[in-house]
Design a protein around this ligand. Sequence first.
Ligand code: HEM
Length: 265
Amino acid sequence: MTNATDSATPPPAPPRTVSRSRPARNGRISWVVVALTSLAIVGYVIATYAQGSLATLAQNEAGLATAYADRAAPVRAAFYAHIIFSALALGIGPVQFAGTVRRRRPRLHRWVGRVFLISVAIGSVSSLIMACFNTAAINGFFGFGSLAVLWGWTAWRGWRAIRAGDHLSHQAWMIRCFALTYAGVTLRLWLGILIGVQLPFAGPTVDAERVFDTAYAVLPFLCWLPNIVVAELLLRRRGLPSLALTPSRTASSGTDRRPPGVSAR
Ligand code: HEM
């Protein structure tokens, strides 16, 4: 039998250190994986494209040099601008998500942020030009083209949000923007996976070009669509303003559950 004092006693608090530290540790591990894979792709870009002129690289059949070496000067310029500034954005992007940097070095966060946004702006315009000449034809035009537009747009929204002092929206847009930047990594991961799954069915004499082309055909969309879905799930989990496909019950009942400072955009 319980008396009044017993029922008023609050239940013991859950072990907060355990439940808090696990997500924090998982978050740190994910950050390290993202940072290292991003740096690996930056390393690949430097190792592949810093070895000589586009003509020399084309002779050595390095990367996609053969596809761009004979193009008009503006397209070649877009190619270089793309690989330099996209690689820069990918390389420095993870710094912005390190909580320690944001908290203890806000000036560094601001400066890296400016370089990131300028890199994305140049990377996005140059990607759009390249999307018109890409090697995946119409798939590439639409897939890479929409990625280029969304990449620039998310960066723009992130910049506008912070100028308006809306920190939560800024975080949300920058998470989306980096998820799209990370397409530079996921494209290459998917390429490896899609080539790998075809090999057991490719027969005794593997037509390498066909296997590659089949894999590459879906990459202009596959390299970024899952990233943006993962970004939205992450935003929801962190309670940041995320995409609402249906009006929430609380919103229709007039209660706004958005965290303070988040506008209704
Ligand atoms: C996020 C938006 C991005 C878009 C819209 C985009 C678009 C493109 C397009 C259209 C091509 C030409 C593909 C072809 O001709 O088949 C290309 C190639 C390339 N992109 Fe991106 N890209 C993006 C991000 C990145 C990032 C973050 C990197 C970072 C390193 C990167 C590095 C490269 C490289 C090195 C190539 C040459 C192909 C190769 O050697 O793998 N891109 N990109």
